[in-house]
Design a protein around this ligand. Sequence first.
Ligand code: MC0
Ligand code: CO
Length: 134
Amino acid sequence: MIGRLNHVAIAVPDLAAAAAQYRDTLGAKVGAPQDEPDHGVTVIFVELPNTKIEFLHPLGENSPIAGFLEKNPAGGIHHICYEVEDILAARDRLKAAGARVLGSGEPKIGAHGKPVLFLHPKDFNGCLVELEQV
Ligand SMILES: C[C@@H](C(=O)O)C(=O)SCCNC(=O)CCNC(=O)[C@H](O)C(C)(C)COP(=O)(O)OP(=O)(O)OC[C@H]1O[C@@H](n2cnc3c(N)ncnc32)[C@H](O)[C@@H]1OP(=O)(O)O
Ligand SMILES: [Co+2]
């Protein structure tokens, strides 16, 4: 059911510093900051030949990543995003298998303008999983 790895997200305390490090030290192609108010984060995408890295920083009150950054003040890997062809079919199959779909359970439009859902990290080996319909 899951397809390609769309991105690996890293929560960072300083977006500009992370962007400069990946651009200048690692020599990566780094995009511009993008506010995602519906998700409570500002994101920057790093384009790699085979996937993307998504830097995350809290935006506004009640950001879903605020607690994670409090526990991991230096930052850390926050989630991985797998592509699916049919996000509602994927959601229903996962729910039937007992996995907890986060939020309202309905897909939201993600940073790429496509529907996304999140699955509870405790149901996936301690790793928060994002699904993106491509
Ligand atoms: C723009 C979009 C896109 O790409 O298109 C995005 O990615 S938006 C990316 C941001 N959006 C999201 O992350 C939306 C989905 N996330 C959420 O709903 C939340 O972040 C939760 C995953 C439910 C965690 O919320 P919160 O930290 O408030 O809950 P909590 O402190 O009670 O945590 C419950 C337990 O899960 C652990 N926990 C929390 N976040 C975790 C993470 N990212 N990876 C692994 N474990 C994690 C905590 O340490 C705790 O474990 P212990 O009890 O053992 O200590
Ligand atoms: Co993401």
